[in-house]
Design a protein around this ligand. Structure first.
Ligand code: NAD
Length: 309
């Protein structure tokens, strides 16, 4: 371990899950030298074995070695634990290693309220925080074609553009810290509402005697189409593969955050609250690790089809 100043061009990457692993691979392919970590050490070991220029390190080690550190963790609570060491070992936290002038980019879908709190703590130590959540799923992460919405200080966003561009095709500065996370949660609320509405329509159509594949084709040629009807129904739902790579637990978390945002903004969101209840109930029934497209299995179970038990 070393306490040397951060090496320009070295990027820390914490969280090599379904999204983090392909995102980090894009950074490595763009020539960035990475130091990586994951609570599941086998993921970091696998990453390093496939990327000659990458190294594995503890989170504090990453803080000491890297001027820019990216987190791609399940939620803001996990980010805070890693950054501040709230899990019990503050000496081993990322913040313990990060010198003034470094940048933390939280690309997880975290709560913007927690992000602003964390930003205040880090700015007291001279560390800048950007919230840069992504949309596009595993496939776009593999292609380096994510949409990235970035909140935070404009000069810091500019400084990190090269890093973000290696992972995303469209980079949207959204304003002050927290606005990227707020935007991401609101996007996922709209996406979840579209998925639930289409699931209800396909189920009702099928039980009324329509072929569900025909229902999806007609929606896609008509005004009812949305991202779920176009990109999720055939590959993941009608096929019963349920393998989109985005978990039900993470989607339910995102809608809870979106409702926090609506509440903080004093905005009514009756449909959003109903979607949140549906997703929370589905998560309770099917488990958070189920695929989010399995929400239709929950809906199918609420009222069995006539003649089915
Ligand atoms: P994932 O569960 O596959 O990966 C999370 C990774 O974080 C895992 O490898 C886990 O071991 C690691 N981790 C958890 N706690 C940790 C800790 N304390 N220290 C170090 N590592 C830790 O999740 P994912 O699907 O990759 O999603 C990551 C984030 O991206 C989430 O916020 C999610 O909402 C968001 N997101 C996911 C998708 C998708 O399609 N999967 C799309 C857009 C955004």
């Amino acid at each position: 371990m070393t306490s040397a100043a951060p090496v320009p061009g070295k990027i820390g990457f914490i969280g090599l899950g379904k999204m983090g692993d392909p995102m980090a691979r894009r950074l490595a392919a763009a020539g960035f030298r990475l130091v990586v970590a994951d609570a599941d050490r086998s993921r970091a070991t696998r990453f390093v074995s496939g990327n000659a220029d990458a190294a594995q390190g503890s989170v504090a080690d990453i803080g000491r070695k890297c001027g820019i550190v990216i987190t791609m963790l399940p939620d803001g609570k996990a980010v805070r634990e890693v950054v501040l060491g709230e899990a019990g070992a503050p000496g081993e936290s990322l913040a313990a290693g990060l010198p003034p002038g470094s940048v933390l980019i939280d690309m997880s879908s975290s709560s913007p309220v927690g992000t602003r709190e964390l930003g205040k703590i880090l700015s007291g130590r001279g560390v800048a925080l950007l919230d840069a959540p992504v949309s596009g799923g595993v496939r776009k992460a593999q292609e380096g074609a994510l949409s990235i919405m970035v909140g935070g200080d404009a000069a810091t966003v500019e400084r990190c553009k090269g890093v973000l561009s290696a992972m995303g095709r469209q980079i949207f500065p959204t304003g002050p810290l927290g606005t990227g996370h707020a935007m991401k949660a609101l996007n996922n609320y709209v996406s979840a509402a579209g998925l639930i509405a289409a699931s209800e329509a396909v189920m009702a159509g099928e039980r009324f005697g329509l072929d569900p594949a025909v229902v999806v084709d007609i929606l896609n040629a008509s005004s009812g189409k949305n991202n779920s009807t176009e990109n999720k129904f055939r590959p993941f739902i009608l096929s019963r593969a349920f393998s989109s790579g985005f978990s039900l637990g993470l989607m339910a978390k995102d809608i809870r955050i979106a409702m926090e945002v609506a509440e903080a903004a004093g905005t009514p969101a009756p449909l959003g609250h109903r979607c949140m209840e549906v997703l929370n109930e589905a998560e309770g029934k099917l488990g958070g690790n189920s695929d989010h497209t399995e929400v239709i299995r929950y809906l199918e179970g609420i009222v069995a089809a006539p003649g089915r038990e």
